[in-house]
Design a protein around this ligand. Structure first.
Ligand code: PEP
Length: 252
């Protein structure tokens, strides 16, 4: 199983117009030869143009969701093959905003992951507990259940990335302690090794996501089994994302 580079993934969510592609050019200029993989997941409206802009650079693009079907009567949806056709190499699936706003279940996320895999995309599957679940002491049960239910059995280290994103830390400025992050990442690693075998389970990258900023990135990247970050707000501007990327490179 080849060693996977650390991954700095930016999730632009429903943000970004044509003019914001200038941020991508700044990012390319800041990281001509990065020491980690850099991924940007823009809204679907910008995906083709962003993919054209990063072509020939080390930066790759991804979608933020896909439909489980290949094509058909699904107004407003986008298939995995369409993302790949628009230049994407990755897709984020099961983000808590999709699970909450669109009622996505583990079964739906697993079906989407299968479709993405068939289309040749790498998949970032998001897991995370709510504050109520953490306060009730159920964090590891929730994460274990989402991991078992959302991840298809036929993904390997190369095609699967897990993002641990506590729901209460997303967009709030609240960040778990490094001990809390470490506990969940170690748990996910152990479950992956149980399920896929030691070598394949070790090669799956586990990202932390939730209010990662330039001033807390280095501390988070020092935690064992943190192989990168899924970054929302701080990925929108190269001035914020670049120092996070630099912190990840320094941790490698
Ligand atoms: C996210 O939505 O994946 C995320 C981590 O957002 P933020 O960095 O803004 O908390």
């Amino acid at each position: 199983m080849p060693h996977q580079p650390k991954l700095a993934a930016g999730n632009w969510k429903m943000n970004g117009l044509s003019a914001d592609l200038a941020e991508v050019s700044r990012l390319i200029g800041n990281h001509p030869a990065p020491g980690c993989e850099i991924l940007l997941c823009p809204p679907a409206t910008l995906l083709s143009r962003m993919s054209e802009r990063v072509a020939g650079t080390p930066i790759v693009t991804g979608g933020q969701d896909c439909h489980a079907a290949d094509s058909g009567a699904h107004t407003g949806d986008i298939s995995a093959r369409m993302l790949a056709d628009a230049g994407a190499g990755y897709v984020i699936l099961g983000h808590s905003e999709r699970r909450t706003d669109h009622g996505e279940t583990d079964d739906m996320v697993r079906a989407k992951a299968r479709a993405a895999l068939e289309a040749g995309l790498k998949v970032i599957i998001c897991l995370g507990e709510t504050l109520a679940e953490r306060e009730a002491g159920n964090t590891l049960d929730v994460i274990g259940g989402q991991l078992a239910g959302s991840v298809p059995g036929d993904l390997s280290g190369e095609t699967l990335v897990i993002a641990y994103e506590p729901v209460w830390a997303i967009g709030t400025g609240k960040v778990p302690t490094t001990a809390q992050i470490g506990e969940v990442h170690d748990f996910i690693r152990a479950r992956l090794e149980e399920r896929f075998g030691a070598e394949a389970g070790r090669s799956v990258r586990i990202l932390y996501g939730g209010s990662v900023k330039p001033d807390n990135a280095a501390g988070i990247f020092a935690v064992a089994n943190v192989d990168g970050a899924l970054v929302g707000g701080a990925s929108l501007k190269a001035a914020d994302f670049s120092p996070i990327i630099a912190a990840l490179e320094a941790s490698a």
